[in-house]
Structure formats: structure tokens, C-alpha cells
Design a protein around this ligand. Structure first.
Ligand code: NAD
Length: 434
């Protein structure tokens, strides 16, 4: 099939490359010429393991091209997939200006029947509204499809090529059949539904996963007080097939470009129909508070005298294996420390540049290695579970720190890792050591 994917961000780029890998002819479009230049030069504007190689092989095979020319791409394609951003507005609602703009541009380029599918996460009713917007600009026939995306950054290729399910929201059976044909090589688990339900499936899924995370984080907070170990509690719970083991890892809460914005948007969506989503409000509140778990521990250790201390921070991205720092807990934690007179030394294997370009936090010492950040620090806070951190020699780490205090916000280390060291070790929902 001839496909245009609009938006070469974390979703559009991975999806476009994977559709090409399936044997489709794909044009990836972005309005940002910097990204397209990088892609045309054989580079990748985001960090996603394996993506560069997959892009290269599909470009060489002539199945994948990159352009800023949306109109030309649309004219050459039967299927147009929208994967532009829908970032949150200050009131929590999704900002639909990018998707509206792209829809108008598609409409103006229409030269025959097309399927227009929306992968971006959009509030219920948006696809119907977009269809009406497109009809205002063109007389050509088209069908709208809601095609919500569930990939996770860091394992995006694997998730795209082996999805748990594909959701196709359609009002036309023939368009749904074409989209089913496109995705059947990936999975047989294809749910075809009406457009509004498909839009809702995406929000409900993310809200449920966020709920699991906040739930286990609250259990962790109670575990700390009653002397239980949340990792054992989660293991014991997870064997119950009604519960399942995933998303029961306690830590400093979720971040990223999806869960925070999608939970806020769903609260707004419910509010617009006079429904107060009380459970989800609490999930968001718990998550917001959980980031300060690390700060509270530092305050206890230093008897509320953080001013003048040097604190090392390991991890700036919201999760490992990505350079995405949107709504990363690290941003609020570092800002709080700096505001309270702490000298912060920060290191991330990949995301430092992105972090610095997005968050304007003055006075941070940006380091080039984990040990450089730890050098002479009064305590070390681990905020992202990059594998690199679990491989650091704890004996060496102990020597370079000014005092061997480790606050592990992601429960990376086990008790046996710390045997023979003098670390004072705090984690989340587990007894502290030494
Ligand atoms: P992103 O910000 O990384 O990328 C969006 C891209 O769209 C940008 O490169 C931007 O330049 C481009 N763009 C915007 N308007 C355009 C236009 N008119 N023409 C051409 N290009 C345009 O966003 P993302 O993280 O890929 O997310 C995209 C959507 O997918 C969002 O709705 C998001 O909620 C959803 N989603 C994201 C993830 C994820 O893990 N990032 C997972 C599932 C769903």
C-alpha cells in the first residue's frame, strides 16, 4: 500500500519505518526541516534502539522516503496516517491545533479517495470533528479511522511489530477492511469498533496503567511504614492472573509525554459530560506527590538542612532507553533541589542535551559520566533505571562519594549488591539498609 505518515516523532517515525518494513511504500512527512534533513542524511532525530538500522535498510530498498512536502506525499498515497503531537494545554485538555492544521493541509491536497487514520491520542469525538473539518476544505471522498497507538518508547520497534492488539475505529466497513489487511501481518488480535470507542480505548488503557502505578506506589509508601517489602508484595500479587505482574514496580512515579497528559485529558473529557472521575484525580495526585519521595528522604537524612549540600542525580529521561524528557520526574526534583540551595551534579547516558534544551534550570553541573556526577557528592539519587547504573562498581562509587548515601528511586539495587559496602541505602517501599 502507499502510505503517508504525518509527524516523524516517537510514534510517526517508528510507525512509518515499520509499515515500510512490512512491504508498504511509505512517505514520512514532518514540517520540521531539521528532522527531515537528519533523516535524509541517514540519521535519526530521536533515540530509539534499532531504529537507525531499520530506517537505512528500508530506504535502501526504496520503500521509505522523508519529506517536508505534505501535499505531494498526500497526493501519492491512499492511506494517510496522522501522528502529530497532541500536547497538553495549561488546563489539561489536549492541544489539537497541530492535528487541525495537518487535517486542513491534507484536505487541500486531496486528489481522490483516501483513508485518513489518526494515530495521535485525541479526545473522544475528535475524529468526527476532523472529518467535518476536512469536508469543509475538499469535495473528495474519504473515510476516517481512529487508530490509537500503544507503543512504548525504548521498545518501540518490538511493540510496533508485535503489538498486543490493534484497534481500528471505523464507520465504514470497507475502510476497516483495508486497515485490517494492513495490520494483519502484525497480529490477529484486531479489534474493529466504532470511532468513539476506539478513541476511548486509548485513554482508558493509559488511565488504567497509571492507576496500577499509583496503586503500587501507595502500597510502597505503606510498606515503608509497616516494615514490608513492596517488591515481594508486588511479586505475590502479580502471580494472581486477575492482577498480572506488569506495572507493579514501585518508584518515583510515571512521567513522559503520555500518562500525565492522557490522564489529565481524560479527567477533562469526563468533566465536559458532567462526570467527575474521582479515581483518576487521585491517581494523578498520588503520582505528583510520589516524585517528592526522594526529596523527603533527603530532608530526613540531612535533618532538613539541604542548603549547601552537593547531590548527584543519575537519570534525566522519564524512563530508560529513551531521550524523551517530557514531564520527567527528574525535572521537578532537580528544580526543587536547586531552589533550596543544593548544588546538583547530573548525569544521563543519553538525555542530557534534550533535558537542558527543554528545562531552563540554572546552576546544575552537567556531567559526562555516572562517576563524575557522584564525585564528592553528599548523596546520590538514582531517578531513572538505565542499565548502566546497575553495572557501576559500588566499591568505586562509595569511594568517590563524599558520604556513601544512595537513594534509589527505582529499586535498582538489591540487598546482596550492597553487602560489604558502607552504603546508607534508601529505596522505595523497602526497608532502608545500614
Ligand atoms: P512528537 O512531538 O515526538 O512528534 C510529533 C511530530 O509531528 C513532530 O516532529 C512535529 O514537528 C510534527 N508535526 C506537527 N504538526 C505537523 C504538521 N502539520 N505537518 C507535519 N508534521 C507535523 O510526538 P509523539 O510522541 O510521536 O506523539 C504523537 C502522538 O502519539 C501524540 O498524540 C501522543 O499522545 C501519541 N502517542 C505517543 C506515544 C509515545 O510513546 N510517544 C505512544 C502512544 C501514543
Amino acid at each position: 500500500m502507499n502510505i503517508t505518515v504525518i509527524g516523524t516523532g516517537y510514534v510517526g517515525l517508528v510507525s512509518g519505518i515499520c509499515y515500510a518494513e512490512l512491504g508498504n511504500r511509505v512517505i514520512c512527512v514532518d514540517k520540521d526541516p531539521r528532522k527531515i534533513d537528519i533523516l535524509n542524511a541517514g540519521g535519526i532525530p530521536i533515540y530509539e534502539p534499532g531504529l537507525k538500522e531499520l530506517a537505512a535498510s528500508n530506504r535502501e530498498a526504496g520503500m521509505l522516503t522523508f519529506t517536508t512536502d505534505l501535499q505531494d506525499a498526500v497526493r501519492q498515497s491512499e492511506i494517510i496516517i496522522l501522528a502529530v503531537g497532541t500536547p497538553p494545554l495549561p488546563n489539561g485538555e489536549a492541544n489539537l491545533s497541530y492535528i487541525n492544521q495537518a487535517a486542513i493541509e491534507i484536505a487541500e491536497a486531496m486528489n481522490g479517495y483516501k483513508i485518513i487514520a489518526v494515530k495521535s491520542t485525541v479526545p473522544v469525538g475528535t475524529n468526527e470533528r476532523l472529518a467535518s473539518l476536512i469536508s469543509d476544505y475538499t469535495k473528495e471522498r474519504f473515510d476516517s479511522i481512529s487508530l490509537p497507538e500503544f507503543l512504548r518508547e525504548g521498545s518501540a520497534i518490538q511493540d510496533t511489530l508485535n503489538p498486543d492488539r490493534i484497534i481500528i475505529g471505523a464507520s465504514s466497513k470497507s475502510a476497516a477492511d483495508v486497515m485490517t489487511l494492513l495490520h494483519i501481518p502484525l497480529t490477529e488480535q484486531i479489534v474493529v469498533t466504532d470511532i468513539r470507542s476506539a478513541e476511548m480505548i486509548k485513554y482508558a488503557s493509559n488511565a488504567f496503567l497509571a492507576t496500577k502505578i499509583s496503586f503500587i506506589n501507595e502500597i510502597a509508601n505503606i510498606c515503608e511504614k509497616v516494615g514490608a517489602d513492596v517488591t515481594k508484595v508486588a511479586e505475590g500479587m502479580g502471580y494472581d492472573r486477575r492482577i498480572g505482574p506488569s506495572f507493579l514496580k514501585a518508584g518515583i512515579g510515571y512521567g513522559g509525554s503520555c500518562f500525565p497528559k492522557d490522564t489529565s485529558a481524560l479527567i477533562q473529557i469526563a468533566g465536559h459530560v458532567d462526570y467527575e472521575f474521582k479515581l483518576l484525580r487521585s491517581v494523578v495526585e498520588v503520582n505528583q506527590d510520589q516524585r517528592f519521595n526522594v526529596i523527603r528522604k533527603l530532608e530526613t537524612i540531612f535533618h532538613h538542612e539541604l542548603h549547601g549540600k552537593t547531590i548527584a542525580v543519575w537519570g534525566l529521561s522519564f524512563k530508560p532507553n529513551t531521550d524523551d524528557v517530557r514531564d520527567s520526574p527528574a525535572a521537578e526534583i532537580i528544580q526543587h533541589l536547586v531552589d533550596n540551595g543544593v548544588k546538583v551534579k547530573a548525569y544521563d547516558p543519553i538525555a542530557t542535551e534534550n533535558f537542558r534544551s527543554i528545562y531552563d534550570i540554572n546552576g546544575v553541573d552537567w556531567c559526562l559520566s555516572a562517576l563524575e556526577a557522584a564525585q564528592s557528592a553528599d548523596a546520590l539519587c538514582l531517578l531513572t533505571e538505565w542499565e548502566e547504573f546497575s553495572r557501576v562498581d559500588l566499591g568505586t562509587l562509595q569511594k568517590v562519594l563524599s558520604s556513601p548515601i544512595l537513594i534509589d528511586g527505582r529499586n535498582v539495587f538489591e540487598e546482596e549488591d550492597l553487602l560489604g559496602t558502607e552504603f546508607v541505602y534508601y529505596s522505595v517501599g523497602r526497608p532502608s539498609l545500614n
